[in-house]
Write a protein that binds this ligand. Structure first.
Ligand code: XBP
Ligand code: MG
Length: 254
C-alpha cells in the first residue's frame, strides 16, 4: 500500500446534514418553495454533485421549466447561494472530522505515505471543512485534491479517482481508497482501487459488496470502535492495519 485516497463528504466528516441545510437555506433565499427533508435528501444523494442534484429534483417537480433556456444559469445561481450557506455553516471548525481521520492523516504524513482527495463536492467546500482542523496550508498535505472542478463526470463514474491516480503516478492496486457511499465505492472500484467504507446514517443502508472492509468509523484511542478491528486487539484503524488489510492478510485462512 503506497498511498491513501480520501473521499470528502461522509468520509472525512459527516457533512450531508450541513449540505442539506445549506440547500434548503438557498431555496428559501431564492424564493423557491422547495424543501428537502431527510428522507428525500437520502434518495437525492444517489445523484452526486449539488448542481446535478438540484437539476434532477427540479425535473421531477417541473420538467418543462427544468428543461427551459434559463435552467442551467438558474441551477448555477441557486447552487452558488447554497455553497455560501454551506461555507458559513462549516468554516472555522464548526463541523468536526470523523473519529480517526485527523490521526490517520497525521500518521500518513509523518510516515511519508502520499495522500490524495477524490470528491465530487465543490472545491471551496473542502477548504471550508479542512482549513480549521488541518490548518490554512492543508493542501500541502495532499499530492492532489481532485474535486468537482477536476472533472464534470461525477461518481459512480471513476473519473475523479482516475485523476487522483494520475496525480499520484501509482497503479490502482498500490492505493487504498476510503469512502462512505455506494456511489463512492463504485467509483473507486471502477478505478480498480481497494476501498475501505465507513458509512454514515445517510448511507448505512447502501450495498458495499466489494469493499475491502466496512467499519462504522476509523476510531481513535479516545473514541474506540465498538469492537476490535479484524486481526488485531486494538479498536481503531491505523496505517499498520490498513497495510495488513490491503495486502490481503485479512482474509487469509486463520
Ligand atoms: C458528496 C456529494 C456532493 C455533496 C454536496 O461528495 O455528492 O455533491 O453532497 O456538495 P463526496 P456540492 O464525493 O465528497 O462524497 O453541492 O458542492 O456538490
Ligand atoms: Mg462521500
Amino acid at each position: 500500500m503506497r498511498a491513501l485516497i480520501f473521499d470528502v463528504d461522509g468520509t472525512l466528516a459527516d457533512t450531508e446534514t450541513a449540505h442539506r441545510d445549506a440547500f434548503n437555506a438557498a431555496f428559501s433565499e431564492a424564493g423557491l418553495d422547495w424543501y428537502w427533508d431527510e428522507a428525500l435528501y437520502a434518495r437525492l444523494l444517489d445523484v452526486a454533485g449539488g448542481k446535478e442534484r438540484i437539476l434532477h429534483y427540479w425535473k421531477t417537480v417541473d420538467p418543462d421549466e427544468a428543461s427551459g433556456r434559463l435552467a442551467r444559469e438558474t441551477v448555477d445561481a441557486v447552487h452558488l447561494l447554497k455553497t455560501r450557506h454551506y461555507d458559513a455553516m462549516v468554516r472555522g471548525g464548526r463541523l468536526s472530522l470523523r473519529p480517526g481521520i485527523l490521526r490517520l492523516i497525521c500518521e500518513a504524513h509523518a510516515s511519508k505515505v502520499p495522500m490524495a482527495i477524490a470528491s465530487t463536492t465543490t472545491s471551496s467546500n473542502i477548504d471550508a471543512l479542512l482549513e480549521a482542523p488541518l490548518g490554512s496550508g492543508w493542501r500541502s498535505l495532499f499530492a492532489a485534491v481532485c474535486d468537482a472542478s477536476t472533472t464534470d463526470i461525477k461518481k459512480p463514474a471513476p473519473d475523479v479517482y482516475l485523476a487522483a491516480l494520475d496525480a499520484l503516478a501509482l497503479p490502482p492496486d498500490a492505493c487504498l481508497a476510503m469512502e462512505d457511499s455506494e456511489n463512492g465505492l463504485r467509483a473507486a472500484r471502477a478505478a480498480g482501487i481497494p476501498t475501505l467504507v465507513t458509512p454514515t446514517a445517510y448511507t448505512v443502508t447502501h450495498r458495499f459488496d466489494d469493499a475491502l472492509l466496512v467499519l462504522p468509523y476509523l476510531g481513535d484511542p479516545d473514541h474506540p470502535l465498538p469492537q476490535h478491528i479484524p486481526d488485531a486487539d486494538q479498536r481503531w484503524v491505523d496505517l499498520a492495519a490498513l497495510r495488513r488489510w490491503h495486502s490481503g492478510t485479512l482474509f487469509e485462512a486463520a
